[in-house]
Ligand binder design. Structure first.
Ligand SMILES: Nc1ncnc2c1ncn2[C@@H]1O[C@H](COP(=O)(O)OP(=O)(O)O)[C@@H](O)[C@H]1O
Ligand SMILES: [Mg+2]
Length: 306
């Protein structure tokens, strides 16, 4: 079975040996799905760390099969999907908890919100979807909090005291300080999507946009929009684009601009850290760090320093 090269690299980078074992199991897992749900799996989509492919059931129904490495992240995604059902999210048709399998409604035509070239129009669509998604934190849940992400950054700072990839020591430490301050001062926690960005929003043939791929996260609403802000920044004029995105989301959703910029700063540092692989890293996330610093200075007249 020929797998997409970038997908194989991503899985190995993220999951190390567990990833290799899972990659070797994929042909068996595909056969298992085909038998269990009487369907035929087609060529996969463009993959990052999960194996996602359209499939056709023997009764003609079109679905999507998503294979994930079993474990806590998969269970959080499954729980988030269940909690968000009927809130503008993709429909969950079936699942296999032990094997890490989701059978989903296939969204057709499935054009991504990332293809919408009018940036402000895309933000307005996303803001509407986000409003509908915002959900109370469930009483009992296995979904992790943004405090856990702060701890991840703390580990990174500890193990990279001189900086990591393109991120300087000062920025790493400052971002941790900001992360700690923000988590300690959250007024209201929500159940969040956890990976809300324009590639995870697809057009459905009933004319509505639908959200896919919720990772599940508990935290402040402002935090959940950062991944959207960091995606698809243009080469030229990225500062102005970001500034406008922040304006649209804070106005449409009545969110706190200062906290959104601060969350943006520390999440951009975390996301850049996660992207570092040898000498490679996400230049777009890295650029985001500088943009949030500049935005803060423009609005509040000082450098970010909590
Ligand atoms: N229900 C769906 N209907 C149509 N296309 C989908 C569906 N789910 C996923 N896809 C396609 O597969 C891609 C990867 O799926 P996604 O759930 O986002 O995986 P990952 O967690 O790896 O990002 C999406 O960007 C989209 O193009
Ligand atoms: Mg995705």
């Amino acid at each position: 079975m020929k797998l997409q090269e970038q997908f194989v690299r991503n899985v190995r980078h993220c999951f190390k040996e567990r990833g290799d074992i899972w990659l070797n199991k994929l042909p068996d897992l595909i056969r298992y799905c085909e038998q269990k749900w009487s369907l035929r799996i087609e060529e996969p989509y463009s993959l990052s760390i999960n194996y996602v492919a359209p499939a056709k059931k023997v009764n003609g129904q079109e679905v999507v099969v998503k294979l994930c490495l079993p474990g806590d992240d998969f269970l959080a995604e499954l729980e988030a999907l269940q909690l968000f059902q009927d809130r503008g999210i993709v429909q969950l048709l079936a699942f296999d908890q032990e094997q890490g399998i989701l059978i989903l409604e296939k969204i057709l035509p499935g054009q991504e919100l990332a293809d919408v070239t009018d940036d402000e129009a895309a933000c307005l669509i996303a803001a509407d979807l986000f409003k509908n998604l915002m959900t109370e934190v469930p009483k009992k849940t296995r979904i992790g909090t943004t405090k856990k992400r702060e701890e991840k950054l703390r580990e990174i700072v500890k193990s990279h005291p001189h900086g990591l990839g393109p991120i300087s020591r000062v920025r790493l430490k400052n971002a941790l300080k900001v992360f700690t301050y923000l988590n300690a001062t959250i007024e209201r926690h929500w159940l969040l999507h956890g990976d809300f960005h324009p590639y995870n929003i697809l057009l459905s043939n009933d004319g509505n946009w639908k959200v896919i791929d919720p990772k599940g996260l508990l935290g402040e609403a402002e935090y959940d929009l950062i991944q959207f802000l960091l995606n698809k920044l243009p080469e030229d004029g990225s500062y102005e684009v970001m500034k406008n995105r922040v304006d649209v989301f804070t106005q449409q959703l009545q969110l706190n601009k200062k906290r959104m910029i601060l969350w943006g700063y520390c999440h951009a540092v975390l996301a850049t850290s996660w992207s570092v692989n040898g000498t490679q890293y996400s230049t777009s996330f890295f650029k985001g760090i500088g943009i949030f610093e500049r935005l803060f200075t423009e609005y509040y007249g000082t450098d970010i320093d909590i």
